[in-house]
Design a protein around this ligand. Sequence first.
Ligand code: F6R
Length: 264
Amino acid sequence: MLVVIKESSKQVGQEAARIVANSLRANPKIVLGLATGSTPLGMYEELIALHKSTALDFSHATSFNLDEYLGLAPDNPQSFHYFMHSNFFSQVNFSPDKIHIPDGAFRKDYSAYCDEYERAIKNSGGIDLQILGIGRNGHIGFNEPNSSLASRTRLKELTQETIEDNRRFFPQGAEIPECAITMGIGTILDARRILILATGKSKAAAVAKAIEGPISSSVSASALQLHPDVTFLIDEDAAYALTQRDYYRRVLELTKKYTPEKFQ
Ligand code: F6R
């Protein structure tokens, strides 16, 4: 696991965009796993800037988003569909037919729909690079504490903490969805490479548990310790509670020196 500590959240966004752009240039048909939320916004801004300034080409790439709220239509400004289109897809040249975001519609059979989403990921060849944020409770996607570490895409009940954290994105007095469709932890761990972003002091405890704590379903992100190619890209504030910061910096220096291909 590589832990990359940057001075500011802006630098986290720039570095994340650099990694995504390099991966895309190396493999124009890349399959990306994408996240919403405030953390990756800087990355999307940088990718849009790179698209405009260097003609970074997304036209052959495929994407699968992690999650969507239950009961929000794609044109609802609080939906993740809306978020992705307004903050990213509408400003780059992604092919609409290669964009996949879970459909949050109420339905009778959620399992059948979620199995279909899993099949679509598999049929695309699997996710090459998965982008993640992390919740204050350690969730990745909407895999709330106690999610099975082997979970697949499914309907998931949100914790009160997550509902409260997400209230800031909704108009005052609006009802916040209680559930979401989310990729599972097993789905995420199938990605070939994982890049998880965290910024701000409010994430420091979750980041420390995920990187230095025991693997536990109480902290979904700790399951990433099982994956052979994970990069935590975090700012100083989010790194605050880590006990081995100096060692992580040394690992990064030596990785760049001896195996630079691991940090393209
Ligand atoms: C978003 C997602 C969530 C967020 C997490 C952090 O698609 O799956 O896990 O990454 O809740 O959200 P922010 O970045 O808003 O703090």
